[in-house]
Ligand binder design. Structure first.
Ligand code: HEC
Length: 143
């Protein structure tokens, strides 16, 4: 086989490579795209008066210890995000393929992604750990 005939296969191999190296950061980004972006937007921008933003959200920054529970149990009732009042309903997020709750590990990666993008910052404890997420979940009766 000549090099020219091999080239397409080499290229395909290169394209497939990143799949072998998926890391936690990528899982968080993927989970965000699957479970949150439809409402909160690809860049966390939200939807007008209906869905609050996650990008630069002061609510997010002020409630670092409740985010895992918000993912699991959702949120309803009046809140104020960056000076805008919302009174909507967010249901707890389930895995779309397994219809199970997101695991502590999935929630950890997802929240680490959100807290390191769009101008957001990790909480005072720094990057989340699975143990930290489990502690948060226990506090709201989840496991
Ligand atoms: C079906 C639409 C929908 C989906 C999907 C959704 N949310 Fe929400 N989210 C909302 C709405 C609506 C509110 C405001 C609830 C209220 O008014 O009390 C909200 C509020 C929030 C808040 C608190 C306010 C803020 O903007 O900081 C956070 C944090 C949050 N969502 C995170 C997430 C994460 C993480 C995911 C994905 C795992 C997600 N949401 C998926 C609709 C959604």
């Amino acid at each position: 086989m000549s090099f020219a005939t091999l080239t397409p296969f080499l290229l395909l191999g290169l394209l497939a490579l990143p799949g072998c190296f998926t890391n936690k950061g990528h899982q968080g980004e993927r989970l965000y795209g699957q479970h949150c972006a439809s409402c909160h937007g690809e860049q966390g921008e939200g939807i007008g008066q209906l869905v609050p933003p996650l990008a630069g959200s002061d609510y997010l920054a002020r409630h670092p210890g409740q985010l895992a529970c918000i993912v699991r149990q959702g949120l309803k009732g009046p809140i104020v995000v960056n000076g805008v009042a919302y009174n909507q309903l967010m249901l707890g997020v389930q895995d779309t393929t397994t219809h199970r709750k997101l695991s502590p590990a999935q929630i950890t990666n997802l929240l680490n992604y959100i807290e390191t993008h769009w101008g957001n910052h990790p909480g005072p404890a720094g990057a989340r750990t699975i143990a930290g997420t489990e502690t948060e979940l226990h506090a709201c009766g989840e496991r």
